[in-house]
Ligand binder design. Structure first.
Ligand SMILES: Cc1cc2nc3c(=O)[nH]c(=O)nc-3n(C[C@H](O)[C@H](O)[C@H](O)COP(=O)(O)OP(=O)(O)OC[C@H]3O[C@@H](n4cnc5c(N)ncnc54)[C@H](O)[C@@H]3O)c2cc1C
Ligand SMILES: NC(=O)c1ccc[n+]([C@@H]2O[C@H](COP(=O)([O-])OP(=O)(O)OC[C@H]3O[C@@H](n4cnc5c(N)ncnc54)[C@H](O)[C@@H]3O)[C@@H](O)[C@H]2O)c1
Length: 463
């Protein structure tokens, strides 16, 4: 067993871990980064990027099928070449992964360890059975993994997770998706648009990350017009039938039906990778999911020399948050015991469904009833949206009743990924609804819909 003495040890070479390692080195510390899986990050290998590549193919198919209302006829069938679709997904994915791996290659060999790290005590780690690291500080950046409820175990090899989809060499014929959350909605809709027979089953009524009941109801109806989606599914039987999965369920019409699927994609949520980390050896207090209690601004676990960043802390499991948190954790690990709050931006989340879903700032569910007003706009009659035939969507913006400050928004609608940035920047600047209305709005743009919602909020504030 080798023994290594180091200032900062980072567990996990994902987005958060790489940012932490670089921040610690930039602060002049010695550092190592330990990785138990393949290099390349979850985002590039099996997350953000390959999912968006699949969605891009699905959008192309969808657009090609929907030209007629413009008077544009595409003659003949729209043919989906599953092998070509998946070849592009994999090759572009590999290109993105290649950029990350090249970055890892530029890290000195002596700073990289391969193997599974676990705590022996607060600052001693063991990596597989080859190295003991005596570190001054440790950054946990171990990411998250899909949670697979036991009920799905009978599906055997027909059960897949998102990682598997991006290694397909062609598209299957029939896929059942469990979990209409972010992953299930994005992948379920994309597969459906690519001609795969898709059924999406939920358990608790959720649709994407939405917490505003009116927006959630609108979203459910909008998606149900395109593919089978039951957010409250009753599943009677799940089994493996050789090279098929068999699902007996009560359909939306209330009938018990049996269907066969090539695969069952389980997207029922992700959990932080904190098991098998030996955290019980640290004495750190843990929450109910086994995550050490930590400060959201400094990422420090109590007063200890341990920091936790990215999906591992289960706070805001998104790519840009992992990058920010990694940097904060790495620089605080370097300067420990002097730790400082890192940059926390206004929160923003986008689901790349069609219509897109977006959330900025405070969620509806987190607002105290009576303390805010809701401005609303429907995109159904919104000028620019109708011009493009993208006129599906409903937006709610929330404003503080006392101060008129913009608090947050939940919606689905066209160009949500862009409007979300306008709103997040406004939130971070602390603008009121009236100050936002003083900003320029071009004509004709989808943002004029946002202006309608802001005007509605302003009118309610004035009452
Ligand atoms: C299908 C999908 C689509 C997504 N799309 C988006 C999107 O569009 N936009 C967005 O913002 N976010 C998206 N996300 C979320 C985003 O990918 C994650 O928030 C982000 O990748 C988390 O980065 P991380 O550094 O925390 O974890 P990771 O990149 O997972 O890195 C953790 C690393 O730690 C390693 N590790 C774990 N345990 C140990 C151990 N004990 N010892 C050594 N190494 C260990 C793992 O092997 C892994 O390499 C998506 C996620 C998925 C799954
Ligand atoms: N566009 C993006 O930014 C993006 C895309 C994909 C993933 N992500 C990140 O990954 C995280 C995890 O995504 P996810 O979709 O796995 O989780 P999620 O928490 O968003 O959704 C899980 C869904 O599964 C449902 N569910 C739970 N148990 C079930 C069961 N037994 N049967 C049927 N449904 C069940 C839940 O009610 C919920 O609707 C997201 O929260 C997000 O942070 C982000």
């Amino acid at each position: 067993m080798n023994t290594l003495h180091i200032d900062v040890a980072v567990i996990g070479a994902g987005t958060a871990g790489l940012a932490a390692y670089r921040a610690a080195k930039a602060a002049g510390r010695s550092a190592v980064i330990i990785e138990s899986g393949p290099y390349g990050t979850t985002c590039a290998r099996v997350g953000c990027m390959p999912s968006k590549l699949l969605i891009a193919a699905a959008e192309a198919a969808h657009e090609a099928r929907h030209t007629a209302p413009f008077g544009v006829q595409v003659t003949g069938d729209v043919v989906i070449d599953g092998e070509a679709v998946m070849a592009r997904v994999r090759s572009e994915r590999d290109r993105f992964v290649g950029f990350v791996v090249r970055g890892v290659d530029s890290i000195p060999a002596g700073d990289k360890l391969l193997g599974h790290a676990r705590f022996i005590d607060n600052t001693t780690l063991q990596v597989d059975d080859h190295t003991v690291i005596k570190a001054g500080r440790v950054v946990i950046a171990t990411g998250s993994s899909p949670v697979i409820p036991d009920a799905f175990k009978p599906l055997g090899d027909r059960l897949i997770i998102n990682d598997d989809v991006f290694n397909w060499h062609t598209l299957p014929r029939r896929v059942a998706v469990f979990g209409p959350g972010v992953i299930g909605l994005e992948l379920g809709q994309a597969l459906s648009r690519l001609g795969v027979h898709v059924r999406v089953f939920g358990a608790r009524g959720g649709v994407g990350p939405l917490s505003d009941p009116a927006i959630r109801d609108y979203a459910r109806t909008a998606f149900q017009q395109e593919f089978y989606l039951d957010p409250h599914a009753t599943i009677e039987r799940l089994s493996n039938n050789g090279d098929e999965a068999l699902i007996r369920y009560v359909n939306l019409a209330g009938e018990s039906v049996t269907e066969h699927f090539d695969y069952v994609l389980v997207a029922t949520g992700r959990a932080p990778n904190v098991q098998h980390l030996g955290l019980e050896n640290t004495g750190l207090p843990l929450d109910e999911r086994g995550v050490p209690l930590f400060d959201r601004d400094t990422l420090q676990c109590g007063n200890s020399p341990v920091f936790i960043a990215g999906d591992a802390n289960n706070y805001l499991p998104l790519l840009h948050e992992a990058a920010d948190e990694g940097k904060t954790a790495g620089s605080n690990a370097a300067s420990y015991p002097d730790v400082q709050p890192g940059l926390r931006r206004a929160t923003i989340a986008v689901v790349f469904s069609d219509p897109q879903i977006a959330m900025v700032g405070k969620r509806f569910a987190d607002l105290a009833p009576g303390s805010f007003v809701t401005g609303e706009v429907s995109f159904e009659d919104q000028g620019r949206s109708r011009v493009m035939l993208k006129n599906r969507g409903l937006m709610h913006v929330y404003a503080d009743k006392q101060t008129g400050a913009f608090l947050g928004a939940e919606w689905l609608g066209p160009r949500a990924e862009n409007i979300a940035h306008t709103l997040a920047w406004s939130l971070q600047m602390g603008l009121t609804i009236n100050e936002m209305l003083d900003m320029p709005f071009y004509h004709p743009v989808v943002e004029e819909g946002l202006r309608t919602a802001l005007r509605d909020a302003a009118a309610k504030l004035a009452q």
